[in-house]
Design a protein around this ligand. Structure first.
Ligand code: SF4
Length: 241
């Protein structure tokens, strides 16, 4: 069984494949709790994925599913081209051994699949070689996440991902208050060939606008790739986008 928070068809709003039509599968649960992002919701404060993270208030809304393939197929049936497939969360790697997820990865292996992860969970790529076919968007959390450093940085997990996958990349979230290369350099120093994307913090267009120019200039100065959050720019925090 998997905990499915939501699925929808839109386009990728951020990172290396921003703008690419994509089917999103959002899975419930996370091994971190990044209060530092300070997104307020009616029952507390959390990250912008609070509905996929906060078990206390939202787990009852997650659907227990044992057939992901049919859900993805229901979107594909309406399309005459191949979109990307994106697994996100929460932290989708909580389920990396789950038969329902593995079955879907096998079934759609001819598609470009991205897994959006905080890159703290170590995958056994020899036991589960299907993950070598997956792109990892490694959104390693920085100090501004508010999470404990020991929990948010696992160099062994990052190393395994980089060594076993093609085209994976780093994605860091920055705000105007905490722009600094120090942690980014520490985390990425052993992987000079892995692209680094930085994106502005903000769960609304208004919040993004507070951070975007500083982050863009920071990228220009340091040779990082800037990524916007196009879905937020276009639709603010509307659900299913
Ligand atoms: S790792 Fe991502 S999903 Fe999990 S709590 Fe942090 S920001 Fe939210």
């Amino acid at each position: 069984m998997l905990s499915l928070v939501e699925s929808f068809y839109s386009f990728q709003g951020e990172g290396k494949f921003a703008g690419v039509p994509s089917i999103f599968i959002r899975l419930g649960g996370c091994n971190l709790s990044c209060a530092g992002f300070g997104v307020e919701f009616e029952k507390g404060v959390g990250c912008d994925s609070f509905k996929a993270v906060n078990r206390e208030h939202f787990e009852h809304t997650w659907k227990k599913i044992d057939d992901l393939t049919s859900i993805i197929d229901s979107y594909l049936n309406d399309l005459d081209f191949k979109p990307d497939i994106v697994f996100t969360g929460g932290e989708p790697l909580l389920y990396f051994q789950n038969p329902t997820l593995l079955e879907a990865l096998e079934y759609f292996q001819d598609y470009r699949i991205t897994l959006e992860t905080n890159a703290t969970i170590e995958i056994d790529f020899e036991k589960f070689p299907i993950y070598k076919n997956v792109l990892f968007a490694m959104s390693v959390k920085l100090e501004n996440s508010g999470e404990n450093r020991v929990k948010r940085i696992n160099q062994d997990a990052i190393k395994k991902i980089v060594e076993n996958t093609k085209d994976s990349f780093f994605k860091f979230v920055l705000s105007e208050k905490d722009i600094d290369t120090k942690e980014i350099k520490e985390i990425t120093k052993d992987y000079p060939d892995v692209p680094i994307y930085c994106m502005p913090m903000g769960e609304s267009a208004k919040e993004l606008a507070k951070n975007d120019k500083q982050v863009a200039n920071f990228c220009i100065q340091n040779g990082y790739n800037y990524t916007d959050r196009i879905h937020i720019r276009l639709w603010d925090n509307e659900e299913g986008r």
